[in-house]
Structure formats: structure tokens, C-alpha cells
Design a protein. Structure first.
Length: 282
């Protein structure tokens, strides 16, 4: 009996002394997702080369850490566009958390076509997207899911569309309702020049910071913090096609114009986190 057990002792001791799935532990000592987890996803072959080129400007790791992303959360992204963040969030949350994308709120043909194309990509890549959920919402009366069912709502460069369509109040309210008490809303939005009014920046894509904060507060949110990670001091905010003159859009203008816009870089952005307070609204 002893001779049969002794050869197994090294293996048994190793199993007892080694943490299960140590290589797959997703969090570091601070409770943040580890760098190697992010790096693995950012280097994923499923990500388009165009999206990878924007990593330095969009700073996804810093942004998601600022939003306090955890791999066990239920995270809802509003209007995922061409899936830039879907390529990152779906793999990070797959298996432990839940990634939800919400399509809707637009009559724009290009945006509808982009949504249809992204849905098709999700269906064709189950290794990344089979565990995610897709929902649809109405722009004027949006519902983003069951009340208090989501830990984190994220919106990347969408708020100018809400403002243009007259649905800002409804969208912020819908985000508030779907979040759990203590849940967070993380947003990036194109930032207007200091002291610019909403009327002055109409149809440019830019929004005054105070305007965005005010709309969120009207819905019941509390501003937690504002970050400058997406600030671009080279952006003069006065381009003929607004934010769409700049990368990655480069809409309109001559080849020389576009070279100048590329030197400026992506539009100046604000990056904010709002919190849904615990307890009833005052």
C-alpha cells in the first residue's frame, strides 16, 4: 500500500500547495483586472487592425479601470457603434460576468447599417460573443433592461446623438433605472471649448461639460469624478465639420486639410463617472 502511494506524493503535494487556476486569476492585489488579462485581449486576432491603431488615443485600459470594470460585473454598453469596445469587453466578461449591448434610438441609415453589420459579426464569432446579450430600445422611450439589474453602464461618444434627437433626458433616466444602487455610469463625450454654449456648438458633436453633468444630475446621478485622459489641447474646436473633421472620421476637406487634422488627433473629450446613489432619490 505504501509503495503504491509514495510515487503520487509529489503530485499530491503540488496540488495542495498550488492555488487552483492561479494563471487565470483575473484580478491584481488592488482588485483591478491584471495587465496581462488586458494585454491578451488587446492583442486578440479578432480585433481589427484599424481598431488596434486607435488604442493609444482611446486608452482602453485606463478608461475601463477609471470606470472600475470588474470581470464579474453585468455591464451594458449603449450603442456600441462598430464594436470597438465590444471586441474588448465581451472577452473580458465572458465566463464570469455578463456583457450586454443595446441597439436603437436612431433613424440614421448609416448607424442602422453599422448595427446590422455588428450583429452579424457577433453571430459569426461565438468564441468571443456567444455569452453576451443583445437588446433593442426605442429612442424616445428607452428601456435598457430590468430595473436595478446592471452594475455598470458605459457610453462612448453617444451623448451628442441623444442631444440632437431630443432624447438626452430619456437616455440618462433609462441608464439610471437599469443600474443597481451604487452602480456607475461611465461616459466619454466630445467636449466643447471652455465657456461655449450649447447653441454655439449645435450640430458640431461637441457638448459643454456643464450641460452633460447637468443632464445626468437631472436623472438622479451624482458626479463621482471627471478625468482628463482623453483631453486634446491641440483641438481648436472650430472645424468646418465639427468633430467629424478630425480622426478617425476625417470627413470633408482636401487631402492637405486631412493631413492637418491628423496632426491634431482625435477630438477633445471629457471622461466622467456618475454614481446612482443608494436609497430613494431625494
Amino acid at each position: 500500500m505504501t509503495r503504491r502511494l509514495l510515487p503520487c506524493l509529489p503530485t499530491l503535494l503540488l496540488a495542495l500547495c498550488t492555488p487552483l487556476h492561479a494563471a487565470d486569476e483575473p484580478l491584481d492585489s488592488t482588485g483591478q483586472i491584471k495587465d496581462d488579462q488586458y494585454n491578451k485581449v488587446l492583442a486578440g486576432e479578432w480585433r481589427s487592425s484599424e481598431h488596434r491603431l486607435r488604442d493609444p488615443g482611446r486608452r482602453p485600459v485606463e478608461t475601463l479601470r477609471f470606470f472600475d470594470l470588474s470581470p464579474t460585473q453585468t455591464v451594458l454598453e449603449i450603442s456600441p457603434g462598430d464594436g470597438w469596445y465590444s471586441e474588448i469587453l465581451a472577452p473580458l466578461l465572458r465566463g464570469q460576468g455578463q456583457y450586454i449591448v443595446a441597439f436603437g434610438g436612431t433613424d440614421d441609415a448609416k448607424q442602422k447599417a453599422a448595427a446590422a453589420e455588428l450583429r452579424s459579426r457577433f453571430e459569426k464569432d461565438p468564441a468571443r460573443y456567444d455569452a453576451m446579450r443583445v437588446i433593442d430600445f426605442e429612442g424616445k422611450a428607452p428601456k435598457l433592461g430590468d430595473a436595478e439589474s446592471v452594475d455598470l453602464v458605459v457610453s462612448f461618444d453617444d451623448i451628442h446623438d441623444w442631444q440632437a434627437s431630443g432624447s438626452e433626458a430619456a437616455m440618462f433616466s433609462a441608464a439610471y433605472k437599469v443600474l443597481k444602487p451604487g452602480g456607475k455610469l461611465g461616459v466619454t463625450a466630445f467636449r466643447a471649448a471652455k465657456d461655449a454654449t450649447l447653441d454655439q456648438v449645435k450640430d458640431t458633436g461637441y457638448l459643454p461639460t456643464d450641460h452633460v453633468i447637468g443632464k445626468a444630475k437631472d436623472a438622479g446621478f451624482v458626479l463621482a469624478t471627471l478625468e482628463e485622459m482623453h483631453a486634446n489641447p491641440q483641438d481648436t474646436h472650430d472645424h468646418p465639420n465639427g468633430v467629424w473633421s478630425l480622426p478617425p472620421y476625417l470627413s470633408g476637406g482636401s487631402a492637405e486639410d486631412k493631413r492637418q487634422y491628423e496632426k491634431i488627433g482625435e477630438p477633445d473629450r471629457m471622461t466622467l463617472v456618475f454614481v446612482k446613489p443608494s436609497g430613494p432619490r431625494p
